[in-house]
Ligand binder design. Sequence first.
Ligand code: ADP
Ligand code: ZN
Ligand code: ZN
Length: 811
Amino acid sequence: MYAEIIIPLALPKNYTWMIPVSMQEEVAIGMRVEVMLGANKRYAGIVKNINSNAPEAFTPKPILSVLDDAPIVYEHQLALWEWMAEYYMCTEGEVMQAAIPSHLKISSESVFVLNEQQEEDLKNLSDAEYIISEALEIKKTLTLLEIQKLLDKKSVYPVINKLIQKGICYVQENMKDKYTSKVEIFLSLHTQYKNEAALEKLLNEWTRAPKQLNLLLAFLHFEKTEGSVQQKSILEKANATHAQLKALIDKGILVAEKRKIDRLASDPHTGNTALHSLSEKQKEAFASVKEQLLEHPVGLLHGITGSGKTQIYVALINEVIQQNKQALYMLPEIALTAQMIRRLKQYFGGSIAIYHSKFNPNERVEIWNKVKSGEIKIVLGARSALFLPYKNLSLIVIDEEHDPSYKQQEPAPRYQARDTAIYYAKQLKAKVVLGSATPSVETYFNAVSKKFGYTYLNERFSTGALPKIELIDTKKQPAGTAILTPQLLASISKTIANNKQVILFQNRRGYAPYLICETCGWIPHCEHCDVTLTYHKAKNLLSCHYCGASYPIVNTCKACGKQNFKQKSFGTEQIEEKLNQSLPGVIVARMDLDNVRGKNEHDQLIQKFEQRQIDILVGTQMVVKGLDFENVDLVGIVDADSLLNFNHYRVNERAFQMMEQVSGRAGRKNDNGTVIIQVSQLQHPIVQLVQQHDYFGFYNFEIQNRKHFSYPPFSRLMSLLFKHKENNIAEEAANHFLHSLTPEMQKTVLGPAQPIVNRVRNKYIWELAIKISKQPQQLQLAKKQLLHYIRLLQVHPRYKSVNIIIDIDPN
Ligand code: ADP
Ligand code: ZN
Ligand code: ZN
């Protein structure tokens, strides 16, 4: 018997290994097995197929060991991987790499780390397991080679696998932004006072220690409104001391317990909120979505900002779990905030799990297993949640479906998670609901063409109407006030005077996007990329936003030697500074990649803003996505021109979506919402359409452009990037490739051209853009041809060191 095995590498095809007779009973599709590749590389690969025919050209090596007792992935997942590799022109190994948590990946390069929190009883370990766990206790980490030496044998995967299963070690990961689930102390009422009468008696008979009583009352109030109470926040709220709290605990009134926040094992206090009853309009929309799904695999829920789409998803998901099936709720990574998690946990409590790349490996494997067994019914996650082993997935909700971050850029698989979900759902006979206030042009086109169902919800839940939008002409402003015009400043002051909050949006971080020598026009660039350097005032440096390199501030021009630099344009940092200067006493916070690094910081800032500890939040896209603040009356788009001026076929779509979405953060709970857009191109059609909140006008305008230039949805785009240290080699390779295509195919290609940023991390880039008919057959043919010539280029003596990146349906 032989097995086709997927290895987590970018191999051109899957290879075959022989299944030794002794293992034939054990091996099944979807299990991990240990195999050797080349002379000494070992991998845990996944069995994709088993067959009895020996390969003709070579004698396969034997499988070394079987790692699992049962498959870790379902066959429908393997079919998805195969489709993704085919469609996105990458390898199944690359898909596997993205799809399974690091815990389940073992290779010669892996490093194994002691799990300091393990609780396994060492008596239950085999001799080999014991040796390794002892070594881990001492050294904390071990490489595969070290383990092989310790056990004096080559085949050690089964032992490692057992240790991982038993939670004694895990596979080290390169996590730049590790998500640590924090431990917090939570307070609850002692069970004896859960009974109303007992509590009443306690309060009525309270005589001394009024401060303790105050604290207890604050606790009771907090518990009622928030569900669960953190020690830290209650002490703050009640202005109480640790001693007072300790007294309540010692008296057996309150109980303190450590709990991990955001962990899978969910907070027992949540999950009891009854579902909100839907408004009339929401009920109609809910019924309509369901009806559409009877006839269509995909339904679009087009609901204006604040219309309560989340409530409708919740109702849909609720029906799914009533039938004991699974639902996946996808959000763009950045929108996966504690706020959203809290909202959903209120309804679903412990049956919902959160999955994203920043969770630690233990948590991810735990979720993996519980999704596979069907114990977890609802998964809330970003695009990678698509790869979990669903047992009976029946609904996928894709919130903010227009969001560009559903497309993975780097590394392969460069997949569009929304489109992949639609494909996958079809295979699983599951349904997809796409939701947005600003649907992507493709999606709305599909709805208009009746390929997708369509439901429109055009009323805000609490106020009915969308906020009014004022345009301010930045050309007509007194000198030096272009960043914060007098009108914007006045509105901000008024809003804050009314005890309301403000969000200001600017799509650039840093202080000034570039510096320019006023004498000769020289602009400092990154040494590794063709990118101007952004000036960061607080850090006092220049930084490249492409590769992250930073440089000291330049004072002397490298071209003319003068010291005459001027800052051009402005970023969030400068807005923050200007606000602080103009509005003393007002509390301003900034939310962008420079000061919000991890998920925790993002959540904390949102929470502070929710709790009104901040008056004005200045930020990049981060402030846009799906957030629901009830106290924000004013939203300002500080520099709309920066959204309108770049060269991309989607520029109008992105600009409309961004502005409409930011606007949607204003006046969500009352009708005083106002949006101010500062712009010099007042007559720009997109600006005009945003001012009217006119999505349909936008679509009609845009779809004509797309048709005229035969851009998606009227064609498919592919981009091929050729990257090389030497500019002329990259260019030649692109040309060589182009001329190897058939004349027919060549007609569909634009370029080679240099992208706007034509050098990144010391590599020059040349691009071919390909527009292909959407006919599946033509597409397949084209891909086949492309792949063939790419392979030829990869073995060409002059071009084999050129890095070729294929991007299907690029953003
Ligand atoms: P959207 O996602 O469409 O922008 P949300 O789902 O965030 O809108 O809803 C906007 C606000 O209105 C939220 O604060 C939400 O809790 C509230 N809301 C919406 N529908 C209801 C409802 N049926 N009952 C109570 N509150 C609701
Ligand atoms: Zn100069
Ligand atoms: Zn750079």
